[in-house]
Write a protein that binds this ligand. Sequence first.
Ligand code: ADP
Ligand code: MG
Length: 264
Amino acid sequence: PAVTDTPAEDAALATPHTEVGAPIVRITALRKSFGAHEVLKGIDLDVMRGEVVAVIGKSGSGKSTLLRCINGLEVFQEGSLTVDGKPLLHDSAQAMRELRQRVGMIFQSFNLFPHLTVGGNVMLAPRLVKKRKPVENEARARALLARVGLAEKFDAMPDQLSGGQQQRVAIARALAMDPAVMLCDEITSALDPELVGEVLRVVESLADEGMTLLMVTHEMGFARKVADRVIFMHQGRVHESGPPDAIFGAPQTAELKQFLSSLH
Ligand code: ADP
Ligand code: MG
């Protein structure tokens, strides 16, 4: 469904940058170390257009580092990574800027700009980076805030919102850049339990609308319901992966069995 008020933008959103069936994220033999500590030990992972991939695993298994490599926040030593068909080249500032425009990321902490209104938060990057015109930018921002259920908060300041509302603004802000893929790193972990559902419902609606999602989550019920595929990471490797019913219902490896039984 359309998320903008302008036909040109809708067309731009609907135009695939890669052919249908091509991976939006393609990761091959990726290795990443911090000093002598190898944290990612050869990751192969493709995320297809419209696919929802959940990443699970113990703390320290490398989940956040993997996401941070995909949006260029971390430099990796070996392997290759392409986003929307474009290779990630750390030595090209221009390539990195383009990459960041194509990859949306939402963190556990919402990181809204505290001195800007909600609308200002959503409009900032499109104005600065995409040079989106003010009238169109505001229309997009209002449409996106409506999409996350916050139409009436356009002029509010972030500290007037609950954590769940702030996280939904962060989602709208990421969507405003028209990302090819959205990376979510434990985006409900900092929320009070009663606020988790409203954020997960927004993520589920994005999944339903065909957004490509790669999400690290502790919400196993949510992963089981929404993900097309689940990746279990263990000690810097994809240790097991498959459809949610297989991963949760018939885990194959001792490590995954142990991880799942540690959850309850
Ligand atoms: P997860 O998200 O699965 O909990 P992380 O990707 O955050 O795991 O961390 C994986 C490993 O990398 C951990 O051992 C962590 O201590 C280490 N690590 C993460 N970030 C850094 C960093 N900036 N410097 C050094 N070590 C790091
Ligand atoms: Mg993490």
